[in-house]
Ligand binder design. Sequence first.
Ligand SMILES: NC(=O)c1ccc[n+]([C@@H]2O[C@H](COP(=O)([O-])OP(=O)(O)OC[C@H]3O[C@@H](n4cnc5c(N)ncnc54)[C@H](O)[C@@H]3O)[C@@H](O)[C@H]2O)c1
Length: 335
Amino acid sequence: MKKLNVAVIGCGGIANYAHLPNLVKLEQVNLIATCDIIEERAKQAASKFKVSRFFTDYKDVLELKDLDAVVVATPPDTHKEIAIEAMKSNKHVFLEKPLAATLEDAYEIYKQWKKSNVKFAVGFCLRHHGMFKYAKKLIEDNTIGEPVALWRVAIGTAIGVLPPVGWLVDKNKSGGMVVENTIHMIDSFIWFAGDITSALAKYKTERKGISIEDNAYIIFTHKNGAFSSVLQSWTATHTYESWGIVGKEGTVSVRGYVLGSMEVSSRNESSREVTIKEDPIVMYEKEMKDFVNSILDNKPTFASPLDGLKAMEAAVAAEKSSKEEKLINLPLIEY
Ligand SMILES: NC(=O)c1ccc[n+]([C@@H]2O[C@H](COP(=O)([O-])OP(=O)(O)OC[C@H]3O[C@@H](n4cnc5c(N)ncnc54)[C@H](O)[C@@H]3O)[C@@H](O)[C@H]2O)c1
């Protein structure tokens, strides 16, 4: 069996929680190097996951002769340089969302990918979550049918009520709450209902000393006429989450996000509870398996740089709408 030699660049939260342990579990993968600008993190990850080499400069990783692919889990403002250099070195890339911190950087990644001959997956893990996959199936098998209205309410955060300080609350590094976090749901909206054609939004920053928005309300319109909305707050004092889709034939609603209870109804069927209890780690396992298989079986990845770019474009249009106090039509760029 052909094995892939993979390195992980960025050994922080998501790499240690999901990508490093998941890569080690895959029998088609040899984890050959870890890298972090903080030497201790690269070294600790190498020791914990029994990897022989560790580095502090990603360029040294890309020079490894036997390397096939990189998993990049660094802050968004570093994505462009690392992803583009990896593609130029002919390495396959798994890049954490968002594609970049700005639309311009995201576009550069997309253009390099179009010129390259590598597999490239963007970490839109919700596409692998049981409840999100089930909702997609309900659209496709016409149980709920074509989406008409979609929503997400995200009050608080999955990791607690307020996000930590650091790069996440620095606009230049993260791109902001919507680009860094809401982007997951924006991608899901596009996955469920198709391309976004306009955005209308209001952003606010309540917390002192940060440069990102910490509250946002956005309404998108999709090409098929559907509209989707997100209300997200990182200043709430407790967590409240829900999402769902009203389709032409039925409705699916979830109390919660990746953990929660799902209710489905349609014109032919009264409301029923659907229980999909899936530890969030499972979606990360599946996305990594899919990335590896896309390389080994030469097939498209589950979420490409084009998907990453479309979600970025919608997020940036929302911010522009809030700033200019008007509806913003897409596309903002040519692709
Ligand atoms: N898919 C998800 O559910 C999910 C969850 C959390 C984070 N993320 C994304 O993953 C990425 C990383 O987030 P995190 O929470 O793990 O952040 P983190 O701060 O915990 O870890 C990032 C690591 O990257 C290192 N780093 C920074 N610049 C580097 C460089 N140039 N070369 C090598 N290492 C570098 C840092 O030292 C740090 O250890 C972000 O893009 C974030 O949006 C995705």
